[in-house]
Design a binder for this molecule. Structure first.
Ligand SMILES: [Fe+2]
Length: 260
């Protein structure tokens, strides 16, 4: 992951959050505009992931021939591949889940949706949100002990058939499918994980996930014994590298993370 950019809800919100981040010691500083965006406030997660907040962005200029007669669409539906609708969430590997999760809750206003807690009380993973999605940012314990790595970035697809179509496309074009198509316990969405040719894990996610509108939502706690069911709803085995593989890649002997 280069930089994970979040858009603030206003210029004032950007300034407020920049002050909070600066005071926390996680702030790096302001940076002038970059492609498609204006001034950003750069900061690091406690684990060292590079991040920034921005308000000013350039909206896409769509060529007349690509405009849709359905006026609330940014452009015509592509005639190939599958029409993913948005970047849905990012999942970050961390050396310490609680420390990173708490920074997002305390400094940026995120809320905890679900988490997995080990027998000793430590958090193995946490799913947090700042919208009504079940999660916008997830944190998972890096079993290699590395800091600041990416587990995956995720696109939302629209309809169940898209998941089968993308699985076909990957199978026929030598794209590694790590897990899925399947259904998550945590978040309840259907999913597929692939490793794109550059080595990053990418998730396709959609159709069955839930939304959170309850302002008094109580976080769901899964135990370590329920971990496999949390990731894959029927509790089937996870790929051995699921909690060890991330980018940048670290070279080590791969252990086993499997369901009971
Ligand atoms: Fe995900």
């Amino acid at each position: 992951m280069g930089t994970c950019t979040f858009r603030a809800s206003s210029e004032q919100a950007l300034q407020r959050r920049a002050t909070v981040l600066k005071d926390s010691g996680l702030g790096v500083g302001w940076r002038g505009g970059d492609l498609g965006k204006g001034n950003s406030y750069r900061f690091k997660s406690p684990d060292g992931h590079d991040m920034e907040l921005v308000w000013d962005v350039e909206y896409a200029q769509v060529a007349p021939e690509d405009k849709s007669p359905l006026l609330n669409r940014p452009s015509k539906r592509p005639a190939q591949g599958i029409p993913v609708r948005r970047l849905d969430h990012v999942n970050l590997l961390c050396s310490n889940v609680t420390k990173n999760k708490d920074a997002f809750l305390d400094l940026l206003g995120f809320r905890l949706s679900e988490h997995i807690v080990a027998g000793d009380g430590s958090e193995i993973a946490a799913w947090t949100r700042v919208t009504s999605l079940a999660h916008d940012v997830a944190f998972m314990l890096d079993a290699t002990g590395s800091r600041g790595r990416l587990h995956h970035v995720c696109y939302w697809y629209g309809y169940p058939q898209h998941l089968m179509d993308v699985a076909d496309l990957f199978a026929e074009n030598n794209i590694t499918v790590e897990a899925g198509p399947g259904k998550h316990g945590i978040s309840q969405a259907n999913f597929l994980y692939c490793i794109e040719p550059g080595g990053n894990r990418v998730e396709l996610f959609g159709d069955a996930g839930y939304l959170i509108f309850d302002p008094a939502w109580k976080p769901i706690t899964w135990t370590e014994a329920e971990l496999a069911r949390g990731i894959i709803w029927i509790g089937s085995s996870l790929p051995a590298e699921f909690f060890r593989y991330g980018t940048p890649i670290v070279h080590e002997s791969v252990g086993s993370v499997a369901a009971e």
